[in-house]
Design a protein around this ligand. Structure first.
Ligand code: FES
Ligand code: FES
Length: 149
């Protein structure tokens, strides 16, 4: 089936299978920042933003994405740089596989949480797993980015 997908404010006319997940479609279109991990909704590395909300692209049908705004980390520009700088400055980044999804989720969290606390941040990020680190370094950087002591 033919769909029009709005990815990072660019419209793509593309053909998909009716049961195809958004994850594979985004990667086929060149958005390799969107990673495949568990493919079962458990790890979070495939997260993208749909209408600004973190969404697991492995669990989201591409056909459902038509008419919505899809954002990958390539679409964040300077905001992504700012978040990456905060995380890297804590020496947190290792293989980087979880990085794009973590950056996107942090970006959405900053917009959504009006009075962030460490508990709220941990709760928001609970679905984003990192297989390399204990997550403490990333958390320190993200706390700083969120303005939480
Ligand atoms: S690949 Fe989608 S949640 Fe793990
Ligand atoms: S840095 Fe390797 S998965 Fe997070």
């Amino acid at each position: 089936m033919k769909v029009n997908l709005d990815i990072n404010n660019r419209i793509y006319e593309t053909y998909i299978d009716a049961d195809e997940a958004l994850l594979g479609v985004l990667r086929k279109l060149g958005y390799k920042s969107v990673k495949k991990g568990c493919d079962t909704g458990a790890c979070g590395v495939c997260s993208v933003l749909i209408d600004g909300k973190p969404t697991l692209s492995c669990q989201f049908l591409a056909a459902r994405a038509e008419g919505h705004k899809i954002t990958t980390v390539e679409g964040l520009g300077k905001d992504a740089d700012e978040i990456v700088d905060a995380i890297v400055s804590e020496g947190a980044d290792q293989c980087g596989y979880c990085g794009p999804s973590l950056v996107l989720t942090t970006y959405a969290m900053k917009k959504e949480l009006k009075n962030p606390t460490i508990e709220k941040i941990k709760h928001y990020l609970a679905g984003n797993l990192c297989r390399c680190s204990g997550f403490e370094g990333q958390l320190r950087g993200i706390k700083r980015y969120m303005g939480v002591k």
